[in-house]
Design a protein around this ligand. Structure first.
Ligand SMILES: O=C(O)CCC(=O)C(=O)O
Length: 277
């Protein structure tokens, strides 16, 4: 078979897998040196942050950050969020968010590559808009749990269009809190919407059933792996109780042809419209 046809075959298979399971895993998408450079850049941003003055602990269980301007106004900024058991040390930064891809050149370059643009097009996004980016640190022994959720809860578009691009910047395994996905769970429907009214947020329950207990797949992967998953796919990760750090970079892309909800928590400043690749 000519190369071009082989290529075509590969493309359609990957898309079919994404539609069937709700996600795809691509080992070796990012080089070891790119992962290292992003980690170093993230650490430099943490060093520069005035941790002692940051009051918000990013606690996905309690949603305590939901009414804090530090969180609500971070859609166009690069801000540090702390683990719930905070102190004044840098080791307890949980994540950086939410516009690294637009504010920090090295994250901009990493996020806007022809390879990523081609992948997102292959997964069906017609007019990609890079909405949100985060570095999630999961420091040894203090990195917190991320409870099961769907990204469309937080980044709702009509129709659903958000895709999460999750890059392992370090090796991830069950003991340091790797991503866990529920294959096929994207067909279970959206369970919650996280809505904003001015400087307040609330969670609307659309379907109160608990997630299935069984069937979760730990995504144990080496650094450089890309996991791409749709906004309806349930995912979670356990706390890092190990001595090994588990750092990841995530980028969320929506489709410009879909309508971005005016009451999503993340709203960009008017002078920073969303851009594509
Ligand atoms: O990195 C994690 O543990 C969770 C990531 C996540 O929830 C996301 O990228 O949407």
């Amino acid at each position: 078979m000519p190369r071009s046809l082989l290529g075509l075959y590969g493309v359609s298979e990957r898309r079919a897998e994404f539609e069937r399971d709700g996600f795809i895993v691509i080992p070796g998408f990012a080089s070891a040196s790119a992962c290292e450079q992003l980690r170093e850049a993230a650490e430099a941003l943490v060093e520069a942050a005035d941790i002692a003055s940051i009051r918000t602990a990013f606690d996905v269980r309690g949603q305590r950050h939901g009414e804090d301007p530090w969180f609500l106004e971070s859609g166009g900024e690069v801000r540090a969020f702390l683990e719930p058991e905070r102190d004044d040390g840098h080791a307890r930064v949980n994540k950086l968010g939410h516009a690294l891809h637009d504010r920090v050149p090295i994250f901009d370059q990493f996020s806007r590559t022809p390879e990523l643009a081609a992948l997102v097009a292959e997964l069906g996004v017609a007019q990609p808009r890079l909405l949100q980016s985060m570095v999630i640190f999961k420091h040894p022994r203090v990195g917190g749990q991320v409870t099961a959720h769907q990204d469309a809860t937080y980044l709702y578009t009509e129709p659903q269009s958000v895709i999460g691009l999750w890059f392992a910047l370090e090796d991830a395994s069950l003991d340091n809190g790797c991503l866990e996905l529920l294959p096929g769970g994207h067909r279970l429907g959206l369970r919650k919407r996280y809505r904003r009214e001015g400087d307040r947020t609330w969670t609307q329950i659309l379907d109160a059933r608990a997630w299935p207990h069984d069937g979760w797949r730990p995504v144990e992967v080496p650094a450089g792996t890309l996991v791409a998953f749709g906004g309806l796919l349930p995912h979670r990760s356990a706390a890092n109780r190990s001595a090994r750090s588990r750092c990841a970079y995530t980028l969320h892309v929506i489709d410009g042809v879909a309508e971005y909800a005016a009451d999503n928590w993340l709203q960009r400043p008017p002078d920073m419209p969303l851009r594509g690749f």
